[in-house]
Design a protein around this ligand. Structure first.
Ligand SMILES: Nc1ncnc2c1ncn2[C@@H]1O[C@H](COP(=O)(O)OP(=O)(O)O)[C@@H](O)[C@H]1O
Ligand SMILES: [Mg+2]
Length: 285
């Protein structure tokens, strides 16, 4: 499988009053033209991993790695100007909270068209047509009205779908989707997953799908990295996730409600300090 992204020994550090806090601790993985899931409980370093690929960690946070290579080119060596060319065009990211990513004083239509025209020489009418097409693709009804609306007029789920449409218009090689469907109801969630799936299958896009929902990831992804305390504790084929061996992964699976085997109470995850001390498992394929 051709490698799109190669991340080696990634650390994300935050200086604090009590010393340096390592949010991501030396993880390595590759991404091909596949759906790679990253799962783990809240605070395990999933979002920081996604953001560090695009060098979007805010100061005083620091990203360090042996390399973060996009088709052989180390992103850490690029200037900020060169990095802006990568963001949105070659690698797009749908952030966990879309409300903060949309400009409140610009109509949805102007924002989508601006995002598109930033990276292509399309005319205004082409950009408009493409925007309508993408809004329809993410199941937005009445896209003409949505184009004229402002972000505050949208529900959370609509905001999330608009962000996804916006991120996909420039046809990126890699999409990093951080909990992209968590605000959506089940039927819309399925539609959004289908769109991303189609882009992976038909255009060979690489997808990093961040989620805390193990069942969803087992169902949707090809391969899964399981993160705990900034490290990758286990890597497995998504369809083998339910056979995972690491006690943390087993614990996450056992603490999920299951429709086929309802229980009176859900197990509480017992943590072992050894999990966070063990070296990261490699997610290279
Ligand atoms: N600005 C910051 N300063 C210190 N720690 C931070 C900062 N931002 C995030 N963190 C910490 O980094 C860790 C990983 O966060 P994150 O990647 O957002 O987790 P996840 O997405 O898996 O829930 C968390 O423990 C969080 O508290
Ligand atoms: Mg997160």
């Amino acid at each position: 499988m051709s490698t799109l992204l190669d991340v080696e020994n990634l650390w994300v550090r935050f200086p604090t009053r009590n010393g340096v806090f390592d949010a991501v601790r030396g993880i390595s993985f590759t991404l091909g033209r596949e759906r790679l899931g990253i799962v783990g409980e809240s605070g395990s370093g999933k979002s920081m991993t996604g953001r560090s690929i695009l060098r979007l960690i805010r100061a005083p946070g620091v990203v360090e790695a042996d390399h973060i290579s996009l088709e052989g080119q180390d992103l850490l060596q690029l200037s900020e100007k060169e990095m802006r060319e990568v963001r949105g065009k070659r690698i797009s990211m749908v952030m966990q909270d879309p409300k903060f990513s949309l400009n409140p004083v610009m109509t949805i239509g102007d924002q989508i068209m601006e995002a598109y025209r930033l990276h292509s020489k399309a005319s205004k009418s082409e950009a408009y047509a493409k925007s309508i097409e993408m809004l329809e693709a993410v199941s937005i009804r009445d896209p003409e009205r949505v184009m004229r609306a402002y972000p505050h007029e949208m529900s959370g789920g609509m905001g999330q779908r608009i962000m996804i449409a916006m991120m996909l218009i420039p046809n990126p090689e890699i999409l990093i989707a951080d909990e992209p469907t968590s605000a959506l109801d089940v039927s819309v969630q399925r539609q959004v997953l289908d769109i991303m799936d189609k882009l992976v299958r038909e255009r060979g896009m690489g997808l990093i799908f961040i989620s805390h929902d193990l069942n969803l990831v087992a169902d949707f992804c090809d391969r899964v990295l399981i993160m705990y305390a900034g490290r990758v504790v286990e890597v497995c084929e998504a369809d083998k996730l339910h056979e995972a061996k690491h006690p943390y992964t087993r614990g996450l699976l056992n603490s999920l409600p299951r429709l086929d085997a309802p229980r009176d109470h859900l197990e509480v995850l017992q943590r072992d300090p050894a999990w966070s001390e063990a070296p990261s498992v490699s997610g290279r394929s």
